[in-house]
Design a protein around this ligand. Structure first.
Ligand SMILES: [Zn+2]
Length: 384
């Protein structure tokens, strides 16, 4: 049987900090080819971005088609001197494996591969339907030459997916306590207030945008946006910076800007939210000159509603861990926001506490248990 710990160690040794491939996809390619997968290595690029290597592998030709997906790129280690085990040495101390990507998410990819190989070995080398691996090297970066393009590339080849499991770290405390069945949408904007520049000692001759932007910010945040839904928390707007850039003590500036982000639930659309925020600003504005610059966004809200697929995954988690996972939509955005346009997607992986940290690590027991969970999912999925 494929050993998820050994495979995770091999992957962590590959220094695949976005946009570098670092040998991680080559390692996966070798493993999957050996098990009979047809493997494609696909590089995407566009002007102004780094070219990124991605991998798509499939075994089987029939439905149902289950996509196992994730990313091999990792965030930089930061100050390597602060690590007690070097970030790409893949050292084991006690029952803990250290290294960048241990939980986010080379560990989970290793578990998926080990589970798939074990499932195939137990079933004559072929699934009853199809298993594919869709692995990107561009998740932690700007994510333009990764999953978005890989999905489109696969669709153009005629690939059709029935369900997907993304291996991002989802468990806050222990393996089995949470899976994600959706994600909130995200929208960035900048509130811009224009004033009239002048001498601070002659305010009557100026129009101070600092006073005015403060008034609009209060008005925009005066009421909650909503109170949440069955599967989502309340939509929320947070201001993240106020920028005037005025270094002169006796000058009233000409303009003030405030950046904000909205995380929104499944009762909201982007367009409706923009109107709502603009209406709040307009009501408070009176003579204030203002506008909002809305950034383009590809992070829409989505939900994979509870049903047979969610039950299947949840049941497999319970079978191995004894825990019934909470069905959550919390956290930031993930590549699931792109996958949901092709098939229902859920996320389940390792523990989330260690993501992006110095001394990122994973318990080897968690790698073994997560492999068992993915293995049970495959068993149940193709037994349907
Ligand atoms: Zn990740």
């Amino acid at each position: 049987m494929a050993d998820p710990v050994a495979l995770a160690r091999d992957l962590i040794r590959c220094p695949s900090v976005t946009p570098a491939e670092g040998g991680a996809l080559a390692t996966i390619e070798t493993m999957l080819k050996g098990a009979g997968f047809t493997v494609h290595r696909v590089t995407f690029e566009e002007p102004g971005t780094d070219p990124i290597e991605n991998l798509y592998a499939r075994i089987g030709a029939a439905a149902p088609h289950l996509m196992l997906t994730g990313h091999t790129d990792v965030v930089p280690p930061g100050d390597e001197a602060k690590w007690s085990h070097p970030p790409f040495a893949s050292e084991i101390a006690g029952d803990v494996l250290y290294g960048r990507g241990a939980v986010d998410m080379k560990g989970a990819i290793a578990c998926k591969i080990a589970a798939a190989l074990d499932y195939l070995a137990a079933n004559g080398g072929k699934p009853k339907g199809s298993i594919s691996f869709l692995i990107t090297g561009d998740e932690e970066g700007i994510a333009v030459n990764g999953t978005v393009k890989l999905l489109k590339w696969a669709a153009e080849r005629g690939e059709k997916f029935d369900h997907a499991i993304l291996g991002e770290p989802t468990n806050p405390q222990q393996l089995g306590d949470m899976m994600k069945i959706g994600r909130r949408g995200s929208q960035n904007g900048t509130l811009v207030v224009t004033g009239t520049q002048g001498h601070v000692a002659y305010p009557e001759l100026a129009d101070n945008p600092v006073r005015n932007i403060a008034a609009l910010m209060v008005a925009i945040n005066a009421e909650p946006i909503d109170s949440g839904t069955a599967h989502f928390g309340a939509s929320n707007l947070e201001f993240t910076s106020i920028d005037v850039g005025n270094r002169t003590v006796n000058l009233i500036p000409a303009e003030a800007r405030a950046r904000f982000n909205i995380r929104f639930n499944d009762t909201r659309t982007r367009e409706e939210l923009r109107k709502l925020i603009e209406a709040r600003a307009a009501r408070a504005a009176a003579k204030i000159r203002w506008h909002i610059e809305w950034e383009p966004s590809n992070a829409d809200v989505f939900l994979t509603p509870p049903g047979p697929f969610v039950d299947l995954v949840s049941g497999a988690i319970k079978e191995v861990t004894g825990l019934t996972p909470k069905l959550s939509t919390t956290g930031g955005t993930s590549d699931a926001r792109f996958i949901k346009d092709y098939c229902p997607v859920i996320e389940f992986g390792l523990l989330s506490q260690q993501m992006h940290k110095i001394d990122e690590h994973v318990a080897t027991a968690d790698l073994v248990a997560l492999t068992a969970i993915y293995r049970r999912i495959l068993e149940r999925y193709f037994a349907q």
